[in-house]
Design a protein. Sequence first.
Length: 237
Amino acid sequence: MARGARVVVLGKQGAGKGTQAVRLSRHYVVPHISTGDTFRAAVRQGSEFGRLAKPYLDAGDLVPDDIVIGVVRERLERRDAAQRGFILDGFPRTVGQAEALGEIVIPSELDVVVNLDIDTDTILIRLAGRRVCEDCGTNYSVIENPPRVRGICDVCGGEVVQRGDDTEDAIRRRLDHYERETAPLVSWYARQGLLATLPAIGTPDEVTDRIVGRIHQRWSTQEVTTAASVESQPVPD
């Protein structure tokens, strides 16, 4: 079995975060933790923070940070994530959430924060062709990876549709919001030495290979640093 990993995936809408998070989850045999899915599961299970989040979700309001962090903490403390790791998609969104995540994963730490980089024109083309399963949320592209049977999800058999908000104006508004919200987070992770900004252009396999290569590069660096630290320790008399 592959070594587990603790990875955060950042990127604009249309950068392929969901696709890459699923691929990385399978590669490292760790859970893919999407904020939306985690909220829905917490509400279904009636967890403490799921009950607190439900009124906001039902009303379509933003969920306060303390509840968001609580829901994510509940999920990360489950055995599969606590023991092997996770691929986080949609969290953190702010520096405050990132600081809370750092406290949650102690004494371990994140392996890498992947920032998938892509230009706006390419995003507009991608999202115009994006299709999504209504049931499980799997993403497809009518150009690059359509479902095997038109309109039917390969994963769960649900209906594959175009999102109502995948219009150019709506996409540009979401991109502007993302830039305002996430730019400080990207800078913060860069200062922590955890950020890896990688191009999101190419086939899904090519992008996955870039991410996996960067994760393994970081592991190699950590091993060298640890070995050097051990060698530099004074030998007791």
